[in-house]
Write a protein that binds this ligand. Structure first.
Ligand SMILES: [Zn+2]
Length: 298
């Protein structure tokens, strides 16, 4: 049996996966972030045990895969600031309880990409780019059906390519990064600024603000500007990788209605791209919340 673990910013989910489908799953909110290392290990072990007990399954686990946020290197969570985790080797902790089980860990964006490549909207394409747009922008690239994996760090940090010299300050410390303009968090901040609102809002509230302000000229201009920045980043990626398809994941998929038409128009403007190869397909991720658990065991 294969068990996938999805470590989110505020919850941990554990599922039994068979042939790319989650058979059973359980999840728990992460409330306590002090001493999170111990809390997390305990939560994961309890969830696995409950999952097996509830379904009267014997403990016969051949593989455990973990999807985790942040920078993962050498099986270690080097930095996951949302979870307050730094230089934490979760695998060695789980190995104490499952010494004979194969255990892997991979960045959540890469897990989602792998799942979407094998079972989702990218499965029939050889050269693909997966863009996970949410709080930040993560990416993964497949060429000739293979995920490109750099040796030294997680790689394909497309959110941190600079699209504006001396531009907005990014959380990474650089200026003008793609995600400082085009993450959903950035979009949310831009909408609040234009509407003169100061409070923090949920994704659902942002959706409503866009829906009920669709004739608002300031919002229209803002969305055009957002699409313009997105087109700049994406046209760079198309010129470098010549993908057959670009698949969008993360909370971005909820805002397709306001963004995709504008984006396509911008991308098709003359002199937008050097590449004269066939224009790639654009698709939304279809596995949604399940992608982390499914991709973790692949
Ligand atoms: Zn950055």
């Amino acid at each position: 049996m294969k068990i996938g673990i999805d470590l989110g910013g505020s919850h941990v989910a554990v599922g039994i996966v068979e042939n790319g489908k989650i058979q059973k799953h359980l999840e728990k909110d992460i409330v306590e972030k002090r001493q999170i290392e111990n809390v997390l290990v305990e939560d994961i072990l309890n969830l696995i045990k409950a999952l097996l007990d509830n379904n009267k399954l014997e403990e016969n686990i051949e593989k455990i895969g973990i999807s985790a946020p942040g920078i993962i290197h050498n099986d270690t969570i080097v930095k996951a600031s949302n979870l307050n985790l730094y230089n934490f080797n979760l695998i060695s902790k789980l190995k104490e309880n499952y010494p004979k089980t194969e255990i892997n860990i991979r960045n959540d964006g890469k897990c989602a990409a792998v799942a979407e490549k094998k079972y989702g909207s990218m499965q029939n394409y050889s050269d693909c780019i997966f863009m996970n747009i949410g709080t930040g922008i993560g990416g993964a690239v497949f060429l000739n059906y293979k995920l490109l994996e750099p040796k030294k760090s997680s790689g394909f940090e497309i959110g941190h390519m600079v699209i504006q010299k001396d531009g907005k300050l990014c959380t990474c410390g650089k200026k003008g990064c793609f995600e400082a303009y085009c993450s959903i968090k950035a979009l949310k901040n831009q909408v609040l600024e234009v509407l003169g609102k100061e409070e923090n809002i949920t994704g659902k509230e942002l959706w409503n603000l866009l829906k009920y302000n669709d004739k608002n000229e300031k919002i229209e201009n803002l969305l055009d500007e957002y699409a313009e920045n997105l087109a700049t980043g994406i046209s760079n990626l198309i010129d470098i990788f010549e993908p057959e398809i670009i698949c969008f994941g993360g909370s971005f998929i909820h805002y397709e209605l306001w963004i995709m038409e504008r984006l396509m128009k911008k991308l098709q403007e003359p002199n937008r791209m050097f590449s004269r190869s066939k224009f790639p397909q654009m698709s939304m991720a279809v596995l949604k919340n399940e992608a982390g658990i499914i991709g973790a065991v692949e």
